[in-house]
Design a protein around this ligand. Sequence first.
Ligand SMILES: [Zn+2]
Length: 338
Amino acid sequence: MARLSARARPERERVLVPARQSCLGCGGHMRLRYENRRSLVTLSGSVRLRLRIRRCEAPGCSRFHLPYRPEAEGAIALPQHEFGLDVIALVGVLRHRDHRSVPEIHAALQGRGVEIAERSVTNLLDRYDELLASALTGTRRLRRVLKAQGGVILALDGLQPDVGHEVLWVLRDCLSGEVLLARSLLSSRSEDLVPLLEEVAAAVGVPILGVISDGQTSIRRAVAEALPGVPHQLCHFHFLREAAHPVFEADRNAKKELKKRVRGVRRIERSVEGSEEPAAEVARGYCAAVRSAITDDGQAPLAASGLKLRSRLQAVADSLDRVAEKGAERRRSRGCAD
Ligand SMILES: [Zn+2]
């Protein structure tokens, strides 16, 4: 449907790469072949996804030229959807736990910065109900799809739009992108996840070839118990993000403290404003170096922007020290000559 108002360009971009590299058909390496893009509205703002896609290029392979998309994509959004799964999960919680009306849900979403039309709230509510009702055994089409591909790569994700409340558990197949089962649970304990995994395993009618998750302890235990022997791969992105979280927090704090120490740069800039003196020119250069260091942010979890800021400021300080030393040397040598 055409939209009446264009959405603002997403402020964030995320690149997702499939964790799996080997082809399920022939075991050969699937190369990254092309990229898909999609824009999404999530609870943490709009985001542009760049999806790297692999495919097998071995002639004669049963999966020849079939796309293999990043496993993490389905944890963020359902196929063909403009809103993230976290928004759908929140809509469901507001409706079924808090018994809010559509206009109330609409207001709550807008209050959280989600740009959405009231009509879309109704659609999301329908999608939430469909999602929970999607008993995989019921759909013949889905079973046909799974049978044709000969197995599933199961992904398991828990979405919790409000801390301390229900978790929407979504179990999906990474090969077809289909949701196999979704349940809203009050907990994330492994004993509650085991029945979900067992239900899916019994219903798919094909072997579960592997499991992908973010590696939460409860998920790891549940998979080991419900699907013994099935390889469990951790989604690199989620795992890294979880593992890097404490470092990221410490780094962010350090950066905040460092920034406080260079606040005086504005005062120096003002004092040399408009001056044509060579010394003022040099001072402006140093101020610009400090400013660009402050705004040079990397992306978590791979870049520590606090550490980066520290090394850039250190370089500025070292350079100033060298200048001071040279000045002193010159003064000394002039002193001798005089
Ligand atoms: Zn292959």
